[in-house]
Design a binder for this molecule. Sequence first.
Ligand code: IMP
Ligand code: MG
Length: 179
Amino acid sequence: MKDDILRVLLSQEQIDQRVHELGAELTEKFKGEEPLFIGILKGSFVFMADLVRCVDLKSSVDFMAVSSYGCGTKSSGAVKIMKDLNEDIAGRHVVIVEDILDSGVTLNYLCGYLQNRKPADITLVTLLDKPARRKAPITADFAGFEVPDEFVVGYGMDYAEKYRNLPYVGILKPEVYSN
Ligand code: IMP
Ligand code: MG
């Protein structure tokens, strides 16, 4: 698997340090509250697991699954809810945890969808932000790293469902896409 990586964009150490910083900022922001962390499957599962362990609050977790990408590297533009929440979010401080904010289409749709359920507020946390690709009017409240307009894999993120288990964020060799 690691032979398919052209270069490492963010090392395990860089990610670990930044996730700790984000956890501390969220702990401070929600002091005295019990926020609900919502991980957007599948891409956020690794980040979510690391992040919630860096937040020193009585928080809870839930997950949603949405589909916006097929097997390729381009967004289809359509957002479909594949798994909805188990918890009621009315009056809750909701923290959406994403792997990467790309066109913003997914999160823009999700925020509107969840806003209808009257949470106290919605905070957007993304590990990676690719602002160059933004199409929808959305910005993250907390972003781990700004990344260039390149397709990345690892630390939860996939290409055709592979590479999610890489412990770092990397860029694939071009020949991997043509196979
Ligand atoms: P958006 O709706 O275009 O912002 O896309 C959001 C989702 O697309 C992310 O949560 C990822 O799952 C996926 N995605 C976008 N860019 C990449 C990438 O570079 N690598 C892997 N997945 C990506
Ligand atoms: Mg995702």
